[in-house]
Design a protein around this ligand. Structure first.
Ligand code: ADP
Length: 604
């Protein structure tokens, strides 16, 4: 896709330039030119010129005297001095100083010359330039007042390097869904014949960075039609009614260019539920109303397809999502293992990688990463290769860049004391050992105690084998036990605890809470929801929907659950105390060990 039209500059832009030029002319150039014409002299020069009879005309004003030389070729001015015999001496010198001496232009003429005429000229130039630009952009001559109601949508047309479906890896269901749209745009007659009409709007929902924008562009690229792109927030202006006028303009342009695709990114910026509260956002509501009206206004078969993306579908106004408007919803989820591998391969095509890179291994390590994060991982690997002076990126580059994306860069000059290093080593082995000893936990991939810029002093990277769609109660419990394993090791070996477990505590609590309030895994509450999820795709914040007595009970159960797993972790470590020491000392010496090395020592 290639952007062909930059947002047009509003008319007010050209008027501002004209005004600036006008002010420059009047306040800087004009006085400068005037100053050159009238020369300032002192009174004694004036007197001596009278004496030598070199004076032509004289005009005595309130605060100064203007005079010319005999042939009138130069004008002078001097200050006013008390001089009672001046008129007599002037008379004797033959100077003309009565009647219309200096040619004073009338105030009206002055204004006409200095203000109105230049203004008219500059406005004329401004208009001319604007019209010319409009013509060049192919936008025709009509414009709204000062261009503020223009949609400013970016327009892309088909180009040879346009994004196609093959550039969007994974997301097969979404692509399949959108293929129908492409087919319709290619061959609308087929659909019209049978009387089927295309959905007017398609809502792409999913977490950030999963390729929603890419998919919309790929639809346009595959169909070879123009693509209008605008973000929801661009509609909302300071003045009420401006956003609505932008919506009108966007649809007008789209209908002219049909068949085409209009893409509205982050539609929740205008499509939020209208709550009718006092002091609501009038501008946003008007914009939304206009959008609803426009979507009703055009027929299903005009060839304008509206795609919109959001990661907060639950906050959208029901009027927007009802059939007839955005009647199709295409989920664009985080990629699964296969999807991740494909995305990595797509992006690795853009860089040079060594042949032995195992993308499936990298994909397994980057569990939970979005498409954008995977693109970032590949790029980081390429950057790392350049930094090390290599010609292509290797498996190690990719693995390291996953860690960079997860935990930040290695902190080269962070110096841990010997004791701290020992504690961190035991802490990480604690996690890994508890994970490995519980059958259902994913195997350990790598353990490191090199400090990272994110603040982590070490971490244990676990790798999911295959895809997981469901998690059993035991699996979650084991996960909680693994989180508590680090702290348990510290307690057993050092008899005291450190701040190092803060993140583990947060994660363990979150899981335990979800088990009780959302997954119905507590016997006391049966299948009753105590919490609801607010933003499914944005971190999954929750809010409690129960009485305060219930909350107190929930808190107690969460504590109980975590304590039980903590004790379980401690038991596992105590039973394997010798392995714990052995592994920790090995990690302490080597700083980074692989899952294989870990398992070797464990199974020895
Ligand atoms: P969204 O609109 O969902 O927030 P984008 O479509 O803007 O995400 O994706 C951001 C970037 O992430 C893209 O430019 C692309 O490099 C990468 N990306 C995301 N998903 C995919 C995918 N499925 N295949 C290939 N690249 C992807």
């Amino acid at each position: 896709m290639e952007e062909i039209k930059k947002p047009k500059k509003p008319l007010i832009y050209y008027y501002c330039i004209a005004l600036a030029l006008l002010l420059l002319f009047n306040f800087i150039l004009m006085p400068f030119m005037m100053r050159r014409q009238i020369r300032q002299v002192d009174y004694s020069t004036f007197m001596s010129m009278i004496e030598e009879k070199k004076i032509g005309q004289v005009e005595i004003q309130d605060n100064q005297i203007l005079f010319t030389d005999k042939d009138g070729s130069a004008i002078y001015k001097t200050g006013l001095v008390y001089d009672p015999t001046l008129t007599e001496r002037l008379y004797e010198a033959g100077a003309a100083f009565s009647g219309e001496i200096m040619e004073e232009t009338s105030p009206f003429l002055n204004m006409l010359l200095y203000w109105i005429l230049p203004t008219v000229i500059f406005i004329g130039i401004g208009q001319y330039m604007y019209k010319k630009l409009l013509k060049k952009a192919g936008g025709g001559g009509d414009f709204m007042s000062f261009g503020m109601g223009k949609s400013n949508a970016k327009v892309y047309v088909k180009s040879s390097d346009g994004i196609k479906f093959c550039d969007v890896a994974g997301e097969d269901e979404a692509k399949e869904n959108l293929t129908e749209i492409v087919d319709y745009l290619h061959n609308p007659e087929k659909y019209k014949e049978i009387g089927a009409s295309m959905p007017k709007g398609i809502l792409l929902v999913g977490p950030p960075g999963t390729g929603k924008t890419m998919l919309a562009k790929a639809v346009a690229g595959e169909a070879g039609v123009p693509f209008f792109s605008m973000s929801g927030s661009e509609f909302v202006e300071m003045f009420v009614g401006m956003g609505a006028s932008k919506v009108r303009d966007l649809f007008k342009q789209a209908k002219e260019k049909a068949p085409c695709i209009v893409f509205i990114d982050e539609i929740d910026a205008i499509g939020k539920k209208r709550d009718g509260q006092l002091g609501g956002n009038d501008e946003r509501e008007q914009t939304l109303n206009q959008l609803l009206t426009e979507m009703d206004g055009f027929e299903g078969n005009t060839g304008v397809i509206i795609l919109a993306a959001t990661n907060r579908p639950e906050s959208l106004d029901p009027a927007l999502t009802r059939p007839g408007r955005f009647d199709r919803r295409v989920p664009v989820e985080l990629p699964d293992l296969k999807g991740r591998e494909e995305i990595l391969k797509v992006h690795a095509r853009k860089i040079k990688v060594s042949e032995d890179v195992d993308f499936s291994q990298i994909a397994r390590m980057a569990s939970g990463a979005s498409g954008a994060e995977l693109a970032n991982i590949v790029n980081e690997a390429a950057l790392r290769a350049v930094r090390d002076g290599r010609r292509f990126a290797t498996q190690a580059d990719l693995e390291e860049s996953i860690e960079v994306v997860i935990a930040g860069y290695q902190k080269k000059n962070a110096i841990l004391t010997d004791q701290e290093k020992r504690i961190v080593a035991y802490h990480e082995i604690g996690h890994a050992l508890v994970a490995a000893k519980q059958n259902n936990s994913a195997p350990v991939q790598k353990i490191t105690i090199v400090p990272r810029t994110s603040g982590a002093l070490g971490y244990t990277m676990q790798v999911e084998e295959g895809n997981h769609y469901l998690m059993s109660k035991e699996e979650i419990e084991n996960k909680i036990a693994t989180y508590t394993g680090g702290r348990a090791a510290e307690e057993i070996v050092f008899g005291s605890v450190t701040t190092g477990a803060s993140n583990d505590i947060e994660q363990a609590t979150k899981l335990a809470r979800a088990m009780i309030t959302r997954y119905g895994m507590s016997r006391d509450f049966d299948m009753v929801a105590m919490e609801t999820v607010n933003n499914q795709y944005l971190g999954g914040d929750t809010s409690l929907v129960c009485s305060s007595e219930m909350q107190a009970q929930i808190d107690k159960q969460v504590i109980e659950l975590v304590r039980k797993q903590h004790e379980k972790a401690a038991t596992i470590l105590l039973e394997n105390r010798q392995k714990l020491d052995e592994l920790s000392m090995f990690l302490y010496d080597k700083e980074t060990i692989t899952g294989e090395e870990f398992m070797d020592i464990l199974n020895k």
